[in-house]
Design a protein around this ligand. Structure first.
Ligand SMILES: [Fe+2]
Length: 238
């Protein structure tokens, strides 16, 4: 797939996510706003939009735009300058959206983000891509598409590995907390078993566990037994 087809596909995916966020097209959105209906999971969809746009802007800046500039075409160069300025606006809105908890404010920020993205997409698809097709060979655009896709896979792989690492750390921390809680409970149990208690005369004595009591009883029995059966036998023999 050449780079322009690949980028158009990404634009469509983001556009679909915006539709999901707002719960339909402009008319559906207006109706829902009037009747007060809110599409479910708006925050989750907003997070997906921010993720997709963060990846898209980064890959365009690192892989696509340098190659477009390398064509040496002045008009393309100006269009890349314009696109990079638009990316800065989108990134600001992504950073804002990621901190918003209020649904109304999130809706306003996502709406402004959608306008920026629509404008950016229109410019790329109607001006930059056709011009690029005029100055770059199909082979070059295919090759750029392959490099872009490979970089995207690597970025996605890095992100999921980072997510797995943080999930693993969270599991370890939870396990350590459980073990610590279990040690504390066992320690408290041991303390209670030997806690000092007051007897009826008011003096303090150590409360002895039943196991300690049976050990003490066995020891008393040994002390009261005849001293030595061997000596007793010897006495009988005399
Ligand atoms: Fe784009």
């Amino acid at each position: 797939m050449d780079i322009t087809e690949l980028l158009k596909k990404e634009h469509q995916e983001v556009s679909g996510l915006f539709e999901q966020f707002f719960g339909g097209g402009t008319i559906t959105r207006l109706v829902k706003r009037v009747v007060g209906a809110r599409p479910p999971r708006r925050k989750a969809v907003a997070a997906r939009i921010c993720d997709a746009l963060t990846m898209h802007t980064r890959l365009e800046e690192e892989i696509f735009y340098p190659d477009v500039r390398a064509t040496g075409d002045q008009q393309l160069n100006k269009l890349v300058d314009e696109s990079e300025r638009e990316h800065a606006g989108v990134k600001e809105k992504i950073a804002k959206a990621e901190t918003l908890l209020d649904d109304e404010a999130l809706g306003e920020t996502m709406s402004a983000m959608q306008s920026d993205v629509d404008h950016h997409v229109r410019e790329e698809e109607t001006e930059m891509f056709p011009l690029l097709h005029n100055v770059a060979s199909d082979h070059r655009l295919q090759e750029l598409g392959r490099r872009y896709a490979a970089a995207k896979r690597a970025l996605k792989g890095g992100r999921s590995a980072a997510r797995s690492r943080s999930a693993g750390k969270a599991r370890k921390a939870a396990g350590a907390a459980r073990r610590q809680a279990s040690r504390t409970t066992a320690k408290r149990g041991r303390k209670r078993a030997t806690a000092p208690v007051r007897n009826t005369s008011g003096s303090r004595k150590r409360k002895t566990s039943s196991r300690a009591k049976s050990t003490a009883s066995a020891s008393r029995q040994r002390r009261t037994r005849p001293r030595s059966t061997k000596r007793a036998r010897a006495g009988r023999g005399r």
